[in-house]
Design a binder for this molecule. Structure first.
Ligand code: ADP
Ligand code: MG
Length: 622
């Protein structure tokens, strides 16, 4: 007797369900995606007991007629693709026709749907995959789907469900992702009878993000202006320097409205954030990528989470560029107040214009010269149409009135969407008054907004790092001949890598040439290198070379190389600085492209706003 058997239909569905429906959040993903595909403008998700007791999704989309309702619960029944060719350019979420039958096979399932013009709709009930009733439905146009008692008939799967709280948190994450991807749709989430989120439709994506993650985080995001690169458009919002997470939970990327994961995007983010991100940390991103659907394949992952780009390098470059431009244009200071859930957050801009500061400021010791500075870099003034001059009053209650100036900022029309941002405004040196030095490490500064702490070591590292990077960009790092050339013996694989990068290494001040099959002779090293053990330093460089892919930029390698060595060069904690030296350091720091963190992503400056202090001293309700 043969051992191989064709599974009965119901059992096959349950097995397949495992791939689509691994937990309640996955059911929500499938149902919400169907509602979006149906062109809904209102989607309500309701769950009970972490989705294990009930999942209900109600939409006002196109609905289905009776024939389609009955087809929709059959396997491989889809209205979204017809031919093999359609697969190449999918813009809908669904296309496999698996979700509804899979969900219906492991729940007590009810689907009711009515097309807008139809007099009545259809309601079906399915119990563990068996159709138990079809009747007329008199409800509103659109579709209601209920899935109760998840895995009631598959105890083995039910065992794998986590606590209700954990399952709910996955549901919430899923909901948040879709709600951010589609701000033009109104979303509601109801948990055990209480409204958890109600988000009216809006064109303003930041508004939607605020509704989901809260004003505190939203305020600390910086804008990524639309950037176009090889037909790939990238825009969105990202956390500024100093804002990072230990998980990827808030690293969200959307491709044509679909939440995705992609290693090309991850590489691009790493490269774009580069020295503003600490090792092991992940950025906060709400990044939108738009491109022609033929440029990628979505059908590579069972849950369609991962995509494969045909030109992954172009995507990586586009993301890196967009992120880099946004970061270098920012003027936000990392904030001193650190909630337990975060590693570091970015504060409000130093001078908020034109927002009125309403809190009471105690007269500072020295009047400040107030400079109006837009919170975000303003777009480059276009020659046409004429600019509008907007006088802006900065109200600073408590600051002596003679120091008040009415400042003017220039507001020009927003650039056309396809226009590339051309200039990036550099942060100016804010007006700081030196108060003193704490423990020979932290420099205390009084700012317009409160107290600023500078880590002198981190600040100096950043200054040195950028100095050397400039030297490298402008014709190479100065190098120093060794009295005795070093010999370096490496593995055949490393030898191959070294041979391919000899020229790059030369630009980085490392003169090295092949000396034998797997032996190299090192003739010169960069002058700034003060490593006690140059051979192990070279090992590190080879390791960096390995991680650079074929198209990775040599400039990045240089940056990493400088970053790893620049530490030894910089002022150490405990070096005593005079006021003049502190002033010079501040000036140099603010001349940097990224003054707010050291080359390893640690903050150089931390601000404690007066508001924060007032909260701490109980002057202001928290
Ligand atoms: P897929 O989304 O891959 O096509 P599904 O099993 O998720 O497969 O859905 C099957 C079909 O049922 C869809 O192609 C669509 O025509 C219809 N459908 C599912 N959900 C809805 C909905 N909320 N509104 C309208 N039609 C729907
Ligand atoms: Mg679907």
């Amino acid at each position: 007797m043969s051992k191989i058997r064709i599974l009965p239909d119901a059992l096959a569905s349950q097995v397949a369900a495992g791939e689509v429906v691994e937990r309640p959040a996955a059911v929500i993903r499938e149902l919400v995606e169907n509602s979006l595909d149906a062109g809904s403008t209102n989607i309500t998700v309701e769950v009970q007991r972490g989705g294990t007791a009930l999942i209900r999704v109600v939409d006002d989309g196109c609905g289905m007629n009776r024939e389609d309702v009955l087809l929709s619960i059959e396997r491989h029944a889809t209205s979204k693709i017809r031919t093999k060719e359609d697969l190449a350019s999918i813009l809908t979420f669904g296309f496999r026709g698996e979700a509804l039958p899979s969900i219906a096979s492991v729940t007590r399932f009810r689907l009711a749907s009515r097309e807008r013009e139809a007099l009545s709709g259809t309601e079906v009930e399915i119990n563990g995959g068996k159709l138990s009733g079809v009747k007329d439905y008199g409800g509103a146009a659109g579709t209601v789907i209920e899935a109760r008692s998840l895995f009631f008939n598959v105890p083995a799967r039910r065992k794998f469900l986590r606590t209700e709280a954990t399952e709910y948190s996955h549901i919430e994450q899923q909901f948040i992702i879709h709600a951010i991807a589609h701000s033009e749709v109104s979303f509601t989430l109801i948990r055990d009878g209480a409204v958890a989120f109600h988000l009216p439709a809006t064109k303003d994506v930041l508004e939607r993000i605020r509704g989901l993650v809260g004003g505190d985080l939203a305020r600390r995001l910086i804008q990524v202006k639309p950037l176009e690169h090889h037909g790939i458009r990238v825009w969105g919002f990202i956390g500024g320097p100093g804002l990072s997470r230990s998980s990827r939970q808030q690293q969200l990327t959307f491709l044509n409205g679909r939440p995705i994961e992609s290693s090309s995007v991850n590489y691009g983010l790493r490269e774009g954030f580069h020295t503003t991100l600490m090792k092991g940390q992940h950025p906060v991103t709400f990044l939108f990528i738009e491109m022609d659907a033929v440029g990628y394949d979505i059908n590579v992952h069972p849950a369609k989470k991962e995509v494969r780009f045909h030109d992954g390098f172009a995507v990586r470059d586009a993301v890196a560029k967009a992120v880099c431009e946004a970061l270098e244009g920012t003027s936000q200071l990392p904030e001193g107040h650190i909630p337990p859930s975060t590693i570091a957050k970015v504060a409000q801009p130093m001078v908020a214009v034109p927002q009125q500061q309403s809190f009471a400021i105690h007269t500072p010791a020295v009047p400040f010269g107030i400079k109006a500075k837009p919170a975000m870099p303003m777009p480059t003034p276009a020659p046409e149409p004429p600019q509008i001059q907007v006088p802006v009053e900065i109200s600073t209650a408590g600051v002596r009135s003679n120091s008040l100036e009415s400042a003017k900022i220039t507001v020009s029309p927003a650039p056309a969407p396809q226009e590339k941002p051309t200039s990036i405004s550099k942060p100016e040196v804010p007006d700081f008054r030196i108060i003193g030095v704490l423990h020979r490490l932290y420099i205390l500064l009084e700012s317009m907004d409160g107290l600023v702490l500078m880590d002198q070591h981190a600040a100096h590292e950043r200054v040195n790092f950028e100095k050397m990077r400039r030297a490298m960009e402008q014709g190479g790092v100065p190098s120093q001949r060794l009295l005795m050339p070093l010999t370096l013996q490496v593995s055949p694989r490393d030898a191959d890598i070294l041979r391919r990068h000899l020229e790059t290494l030369g630009r980085l001040g490392i003169e090295i040439e092949p000396f034998g099959p797997n032996i190299f002779k090192v003739e010169a090293l960069p002058t700034f290198l003060k490593a006690d053990d140059p051979l192990s330093w070279l090992d590190q460089i080879i390791e960096e070379l390995q991680t650079l892919s074929a198209k990775g930029s040599s400039l990045r390698l240089g940056e990493d190389m400088i970053a790893t060595t620049v530490c030894r060069h910089s002022i150490k904690a405990n070096d005593k600085l005079s006021n003049i030296e502190i002033e010079a350091l501040l000036r140099d720091l603010f001349a940097c492209e990224m003054p707010y963190c050291c080359p390893h992503g640690r903050p150089t400056l931390i601000q404690m706003s007066l508001k924060e202090l007032e909260k701490k001293f109980g002057r202001l309700a928290p």
